[in-house]
Design a protein around this ligand. Structure first.
Ligand SMILES: Cc1ncc(COP(=O)(O)O)c(C=O)c1O
Length: 383
């Protein structure tokens, strides 16, 4: 198979050659008028994907930087924050909050389940929180949280800023920043946005921008201080720190492709492919990590059947040209995770299911070959 591998991990995901070509273009000056136009256009298009009229940001860094920028700018040392944790990445917010001196109240939800709006409502009664953090899709479990409903609860029951991690959903599932009353929506480039890793993407509400004018203490990170970036995002001809010019070109290209496909159509494609994959896995009698009512359309985590171990499974998958990830955190190596987001198409998902069947058969599982593929094909006709 040589180097030809199909990347089916939950990020990075497969990048379209048209986007990759932008990375190999001669690197322009960040002051080049054509580059500045491309940056402006990318930011305008990014607003559509965040479904917001507010200010968006594209900064060199990974998703984790976006999480940190969101928390560090909003919370001041000693202030209280409610961290809703439904998996491994929910805990990132706890660690970041503590690193910036916040006092954390953690609302821990068992892995595989989503947070209920009522749980958040109850938690909000206990204290006055400066902010509430939550992960839209936790990549460790494949659970999707009801961000819109929880956003309404946060606004109705508190003054808290609402910070949402959309690293594993932006561009693949609906993220309605304005409708869902999200104050800081934070994401990255290497998942549903169809780009390589390297960009932290954010949408920041006017309420946050107003608050930044009256913050009592300096933001605990200079590179991540929103006030340093705001003039550049409003006018990319200005300078604060050199933008990753080729990545901005790539962002501009991928956003054009996303909007040309159409957001509704894109979400539908993700949904049908996710349904097909879940149907295949369940037809093979493999247990999914996420509860039925909260399964994300971008990633699926599943437990290994009895006697199947992580390393042999993934090694065998690799021999069939497919790269999948293992489960992490509390359920480390107990299962595998498949990312079906970004540029994923039906050929990719069918190849993955086919490889899963062959792998399981080679590792001694007994089932009727083609069971998963048939179940998936039944769903994929809707595409
Ligand atoms: C939901 C979620 N949040 C945050 C992160 C961290 O992003 P990055 O690895 O780009 O720093 C990830 C990475 O997989 C993620 O899936």
């Amino acid at each position: 198979m040589g180097e030809r591998k199909l990347l089916m991990i939950p990020g990075p995901t497969n990048v379209d050659p048209a986007v990759l070509r932008e990375l190999s273009k001669p690197t322009p000056a960040h002051t080049d008028p054509l580059f500045i136009e491309s940056f402006k256009e990318a930011l305008e298009n990014l607003k559509h994907v965040f479904m917001t009229k507010r200010q968006v940001f594209a900064i060199a860094g990974s998703g984790t930087l976006a999480l940190e920028v969101g928390v560090a700018n909003i919370v001041e040392p000693g202030e209280r924050i409610l961290n809703v944790v439904t998996g491994y990445f929910g805990d990132y917010f706890v660690r970041i909050s503590k690193a910036h001196g916040a006092v954390c109240k953690v609302l821990e939800v068992p892995w595989g389940k989503c947070a209920e709006p009522n749980q958040v409502k109850e938690a909000l009664k206990e204290d006055d929180y400066k902010a509430v953090t939550i992960t839209h899709v936790d990549t460790s479990t494949g659970v999707v949280n009801p961000i819109g409903e929880i956003g309404a609860v946060v606004k109705e029951n508190s003054e808290a800023f609402y910070i949402v991690d959309a690293v594993c959903s932006l561009g693949g599932m609906e993220v309605r920043v304005d409708d869902w009353k999200i104050d800081a929506c934070v994401s990255g480039s290497q998942k549903c946005m169809g780009l390589p890793p390297g960009l932290a993407l954010l949408s920041i509400s006017d309420r946050v921008l107003n608050f930044l004018e009256k913050r009592k203490t300096p933001v605990g990170m200079w590179y991540g201080d929103i006030k340093n970036w705001l003039p550049i995002m409003m006018d990319p001809s200005k300078y604060f720190a050199t933008p990753p010019v080729n990545m901005i070109y790539a962002l501009s290209e991928s956003l054009k492709a996303i909007l040309a496909e159409g957001l509704e159509q894109r979400f539908r494609r993700h949904h049908i492919i996710a349904e097909a994959f879940r149907a295949a896995i369940e037809a093979l009698n493999i247990r999914l990590v996420a509860d039925t009512k909260c399964r994300a359309d971008t990633i699926t985590a599943a437990y290994y059947p009895e006697k199947i171990e992580d390393a042999p499974f993934r090694d065998e998958m690799r021999k069939h040209g497919i790269v999948v990830a293992s489960t992490i955190g509390l359920i480390r190596s107990k299962g595998f995770r498949v990312g079906h987001m970004g540029n994923v198409g039906q050929n990719d998902i069918l190849s993955t299911i086919g490889a899963i069947e062959t792998t399981l058969a080679n590792l001694g599982c007994k089932f009727s070959m083609g069971t998963g593929l048939g179940a998936a094909q039944d769903r994929l006709v809707a595409l």
